[in-house]
Write a new protein. Structure first.
Lengths: 241, 241
DNA sequence: GATTGCCAATTGTACGATAAACGACCGGCA
DNA sequence: TGCCGGTCGTTTATCGTACAATTGGCAATC
């Protein structure tokens, strides 16, 4: 049947992941690119994509434009659409990061991610110790309390853990650090199964409390050190070479 | 007058910044959003944008879809397109960052940016001291040499400075750190005039050399400290509170 | 007064046509 | 033979129109 044998799924396609056809298309193509489906195969033309997935060319073009905006592909007339090298991808885009984590998860990726966290979060804690306001402190304490509750069986300890780290990033009062909220929460949520498998996540509540205390005490250096310990533990745990 | 007085420019519009109409549109709308043009005014409908700028609705939609992909706006039927709060913007997207720096530049933003660098780059230097290969070391040394040459009047010292920092980020062998290449280079290029104005950028070549030496000597701790000094100097210079 | 159903505005989707870019191919000429 | 130039086909870029889907608000009705 012509050209379309390239993709596994044909006809109804669109497991309809997104809220509309374009977003579903974006998700499908994004995942396919990240998993390397087009590494030794040319990216299909707009007409082919539209035909294969049973959508109009408009939908296809808008999805491809979004991929372009995220750095995954580049399009030129006559030459077609080509997948960009992974170094050009916007890894801090929530979608790209999620696709990468879901489809290309590995211990190496987890290590790289925590190497990033160990740069960001201790510094964020130090900034939080300087700039956190009352609301921030409440959010941090609440996250900590819910972690303890979660440990006792009441509530979700993962969500509490995430909320704790988010609150600190926000309390830094720096938009660049705040940006990492989506990155860290996405990655934590995706990697949780792995992290939990190798670690009884219990003892570190004391470490988290140390961070909170240092922030409330307005002690940047102590906050930095305490946060470094939390993430350093994770790094040694996953074999930071 | 109907509805269209909202935008200052009408008719030919499109100073045609990009390589095609869609990219020009993206650039125009992105700048307008970042400068806050729609903070106390609703974002125009697709039809209005198309009419105002003299392009088809397809071009408008594709540009808006790209803005959506970068987190600047969100669209829903009947409700229209709305600008997202700045906290949802993907600040690490090259376009968003460039628009922000060009149009909303301030000492505060510069301080926030260098607070980020002081988290990232020392850690990147430490990783580089562990993982840099021969090619990385060459790139780092070359950047340093060209900084010295630039100081002597031969070549562009800014580009050499940028190349130096890029090489270290790359040498970390961590894709998340490598991602910051575009962020740091974009920001450095944009903020150079300000930075140069307040600082005779001469003495810090010694500091840069210290970083390079530590990396070549495979001394992560020394590399981290030396890089911290470089960026710490900038921070104190711009009045780190 | 509350509920239900219709209306209108705006984005979402489809289709068809034409323009522009540009690599590839082919033919002619020295 | 080998180079040069133009033609052609492929693919994205742009345009225009038509219709579907969504949903907030209004109005009619019970």
């Amino acid at each position: 049947m012509a050209i379309d044998m390239t993709d596994g799924d044909v006809l109804p396609t669109t497991a309809t992941v997104g809220r509309n056809l374009t977003h579903g298309m974006l998700d499908t193509l994004g995942r396919a690119i990240v998993t390397g489906r087009y590494e030794n195969r040319p990216f299909p033309t707009e007409a082919e994509i539209a035909k294969t997935h049973g959508v109009s060319r408009s939908v296809t073009r808008e999805a491809v434009k979004m991929l372009t905006a995220k750095g995954l592909v580049s399009a030129r007339p006559r030459q077609g659409t080509v997948v960009q090298p992974a170094s050009a991808w916007n890894l801090f885009d929530t979608d790209v990061l999620r696709w990468t984590l879901e489809r290309k998860f590995s211990v190496e990726l987890l290590r790289h991610f925590n190497q990033l966290r160990i740069a960001i979060e201790p510094e964020a804690a130090a900034l939080a110790a300087r700039f956190a306001d009352a609301a921030d402190e409440v959010a941090i304490r609440t996250g900590l309390a819910q972690m303890e509750a979660g440990e006792a069986g009441t509530g979700d300890p993962l969500e509490a853990d995430i909320a704790f780290h988010m609150a600190i990033l926000r309390a830094s009062k720096n938009p660049f650090y705040a940006q990492f909220q989506s990155v860290v929460s996405t990655a934590l949520r995706t990697s949780i199964r792995f992290t939990n498998r190798i670690k009884g996540r219990s003892a570190n509540i004391a470490d988290h409390a140390a961070v909170a205390d240092a922030i409330v005490a307005r002690d940047p250096a102590a906050a930095r050190i305490a946060m470094t310990r939390i993430i350093g533990d994770v790094l040694t745990l996953i074999g930071e070479e």
